[in-house]
Design a protein around this ligand. Structure first.
Ligand code: AMP
Ligand code: GLY
Length: 416
């Protein structure tokens, strides 16, 4: 089969590598792809241009497309490709609202009694401020729409909470994404990411993961897309996993079906393991980045076959089996990320480290590879223990060089 993967990050690099191992894959294309994807032919293009992407997919004779990033999913690329006769892995625009509208997601959870933080939604400043007066602190303020991971503010004081409400609703700090907001209860506990494959009825969870979202060590500094991951996380015990499956995962699938928005693709459950059990922090309608880089290393089986089964409605529980190993992924970022940073610095990767590297913000030039983004690449290693995986990953990090290379030295430290 001819496969098209949409996206250009480390996640997509990991997906391409894995899809290439399937005997079902004949030729793989990536739009726009990145220079690390040896197994895929790059197709220049803009994933937000649905008509152009469909045209290119038809010209290339694509048999199956994998739409990985959030924006094209929210923009209906899966619907457009399917209408153009190209089957896809990924949710329709309607189903992707699980991520692209937090108000939709929260109202769904409320309606179907799926455990999550208590909340209220607002479009007007005055009622939101009035609600805050009786709200315990910290209060969590969230923009409704996609905001590159920045649309969540945890306000410690009433003043901070009021400022956040005004910034979103009045000053449009997040544009249209913040024209509706949520104010919700603050939850405590370890956070767990669970990526699951689903055909709309059946669901296969991949090993759990712990992301490190803050830029600085000991969870300080600004929120990023993710600075590193360990998998599995010790906080996601078998007991918690069972509760999550029964109270959250399967009810979410049923709810989406009942709403006429059958979800096929990857649902990434962002959970908080509170002392009252797991609660949904957020849904993502896609694979996580960098969770995918770590988690795919921990399962055996044909990922492409599993993705095809999701599309067909024939997903089997034993499609992807856990190896029982551990993984650690360390992201190498440009100094200054997620704020201002410079790009264009030459990159070198030692030969022995190359197989463990996933490219993200990397550009090929006549002079070789140079940095072109905030998250430049990531190094992922596995081991029989978390310690082994972590030691190997940090050893690997030493083999990658570019000016301004920044990484957290404490990925997974809290789990050891
Ligand atoms: P989200 O984009 O909804 O996952 O939120 C980003 C981050 O904010 C999460 O990874 C959590 O660390 C934090 N967060 C979100 N909602 C809450 C909540 N209700 N209580 C505590 N922390 C939260
Ligand atoms: N690493 C978090 C995300 O992909 O949303």
């Amino acid at each position: 089969m001819n496969i098209l993967v949409i996206g250009s990050g480390g996640r997509e690099h990991a997906l391409v590598k894995r899809i290439a191992q399937s005997p079902l894959a004949k030729k793989i294309y990536a739009l726009p792809g990145n220079p690390g994807m040896r197994e895929a032919a790059a197709v220049p293009g803009n994933p937000m241009d649905n008509a152009d992407t469909v045209k290119k997919a038809i010209e290339l004779g694509i048999d199956f497309a994998v739409v990985a990033p959030d924006d094209p999913l929210a923009n209906g690329l899966v619907d457009a490709l399917e209408e153009g006769g190209i089957p896809c892995f990924g949710p329709s625009r309607q189903a992707a609202q699980l991520e692209s509208s937090k108000v939709f997601a929260k109202e769904l959870m409320q309606k179907y009694q799926i455990p999550t933080a208590r909340f209220r939604a607002f479009t007007q400043v005055a009622p939101a401020l009035a609600y805050l007066n009786d709200h315990p602190l910290p209060a969590v303020i969230k923009a409704d729409g996609l905001a590159k991971g920045k649309g969540v503010i945890i306000a410690e004081s009433l003043q901070e909470a009021e400022d956040a409400v005004k910034a979103m609703l009045q000053d449009k700090a997040f544009g249209e994404s913040g024209s509706r907001i949520i104010i919700e209860e603050f939850l405590q506990g370890p956070e767990v990411s669970v990526l699951t494959l689903t055909d709309g009825e059946n669901l296969v969870p991949l090993p759990s993961a712990m992301d490190h979202k803050r830029a600085g060590e000991n969870d300080t500094g600004l929120n990023t897309g993710g600075m590193g991951v360990i998998a599995p996380t010790p906080f996601y015990t078998e007991e918690v996993a069972k509760e999550a499956m029964d109270a959250i995962f399967l009810p979410t699938l049923k709810a989406m079906k009942a709403e006429g928005r059958v979800f096929r693709g990857c649902i990434f459950f962002g959970l908080m393991i509170t002392d009252k059990g797991p609660r949904v922090l957020e849904y993502n309608a896609r694979f996580g980045d960098p969770e995918t880089q770590a988690v795919l290393e921990l399962v055996e089986g044909d990922l492409l076959a599993a993705m095809l089964a999701c599309r067909k409605g024939a997903l089997k529980a034993d499609t992807l089996k856990s190896t029982g190993k551990h993984a650690c992924c360390v992201v190498l970022a440009s100094k200054g990320y997620p704020g201002q940073f410079e790009t264009g610095f030459p990159i070198t990767v030692a030969e022995e480290v190359a197989p463990f590297v996933h490219y993200a913000g990397v550009k090929q030039t006549d002079q070789g590879l140079v940095t072109s983004g905030g998250r430049v690449m990531s190094v992922t290693c596995t081991g029989d223990t978390l310690k082994e995986a972590r030691d190997k990953a940090y050893e690997g990090v030493k083999g990658v060089h570019f000016t301004g290379k920044y990484f957290r030295r404490d990925i997974g430290a809290s789990a050891l």
